[in-house]
Ligand binder design. Structure first.
Ligand SMILES: [Zn+2]
Length: 353
């Protein structure tokens, strides 16, 4: 069997203005079998209050679908929702929210074998279409769990325009991170004597290129948001094709994991932490880190670690501990002798850019 015959692609991907006011038309063309089936909308209270009209409209479009407001957004809650889906004979799960909510919806629908329709309310990272869900488990530890990519993904560019800009900047950061991720992936493949999957590799590169070389650096323009939405979705597909997160996650993500896991007091989004990690990762790889700084600056993405409460000492510590977050993951860090002077130099470049 060809290795590629194993992957799942979404049946439907729509990126349009105001698509959330007519999700049923878009989806039912591709999934006529869900007509008349019981559906569950998974969201959170904050978004339900903020976008009450849209949620009501989606409810009406899917047989008065019940709305479930996620509270903890962890593994236990995802499993208990999956149980509810099975017991109540729900066949369609609609995730309406940002990364945490969508990961819960993705995992609950995977466990319960329901059709999953993904409606992101922001473009903060590429998990929306990835075949993984990251959920909190025992003692606040986060675990990456394999699951299925959504059956349908609908991105409403009007809604994304209304989302806080910092979230869109996060999506840019996660996409920029592919510059160093694909390099680390090739390095890891070489280390174990196996080739990388060329298609997943090309797709991840294209995601990066589409954002790094986009003409109009305006994070609220519809044409930019369409491109970013597609770049994030394609990142998910690259992971699906590769059968791992490697095309989208290298040493820049290890920096992000170290920050999230060892320094939870630093409040920074996933995508922005990845963008910060990309500068160091590119530098260790002997590549052009000034380009990273320039691309981020052109979008108004601030890469000064001090802006996020990260001083020189902390910055160095995060990098020193980065490799320990995923010891089985081969990246440039395996071949790099980090030292304080070098890390301070990178910090200065980021601070003074
Ligand atoms: Zn990421």
């Amino acid at each position: 069997m060809n290795q590629h015959s194993r992957f799942n692609l979404p049946l439907c991907l729509v990126v349009e203005e105001d698509i959330f006011t007519r999700t049923d038309e878009a989806v039912k063309r591709y999934l006529p079998e869900i007509e008349g089936k019981k559906a569950l909308i998974i969201t959170e209270k904050f978004l339900h209050d903020l976008y009450g009209d849209i949620v009501t409209e989606i409810q009406a479009d899917y047989n008065n679908a019940e709305v479930f407001e996620v509270v903890h957004a962890d593994f236990d809650e995802a499993v208990s929702i999956a149980k509810k889906i099975c017991i109540d004979d729900i066949k369609v799960v609609i995730g309406f929210g940002g990364g945490r909510i969508l990961d819960v919806a993705k995992y609950a629908s995977y466990v319960s074998k329901a059709v999953y329709i993904c409606l992101p309310t922001n473009l903060s990272n590429d998990s929306l279409a990835s075949p993984f869900a990251v959920l909190g488990t025992e003692g606040g530890m986060r675990k990456t769990l394999a699951c299925k990519i959504p059956t349908a993904i609908l991105v409403d560019t009007t809604m994304i325009q209304k989302a806080p800009q910092i979230q869109t900047l996060g999506g840019i950061g996660d996409t920029i991170g592919k510059y160093t991720a694909v390099y680390d992936w090739a390095l890891a493949a070489q280390a174990c004597g196996k080739p990388v999957d060329d298609f997943a590799h090309s797709i991840a590169w294209m995601c990066y290129d589409s954002i790094a070389h986009f003409d109009e650096k305006n994070v609220t323009s519809i044409s930019f948001l369409r491109t970013l939405a597609r770049a994030l979705v394609m990142g998910g597909l690259a992971m699906e094709i590769a059968g791992s997160s490697r095309p989208c996650s290298g040493s820049e993500h290890l920096f992000c994991h170290a920050l999230e896991e060892y320094y939870p007091e630093i409040k920074i989004s996933h995508g922005l932490a990845v963008a910060l990690g990309t500068v160091g990762a590119a530098n260790f790889q002997g590549r052009d880190d000034l380009k990273m700084l320039e691309v981020c600056r052109s979008y108004g993405l601030d890469l000064n670690p001090a802006s996020y409460g990260i001083d020189k000492e902390l910055f160095a510590n995060i990098w020193m501990r980065a490799a320990s977050t995923r010891p089985d993951r081969v990246t440039i860090l395996n071949n790099t002798e980090l030292n304080r002077e070098w890390l301070d130099e990178i910090y200065e470049r980021m601070a003074n850019n």
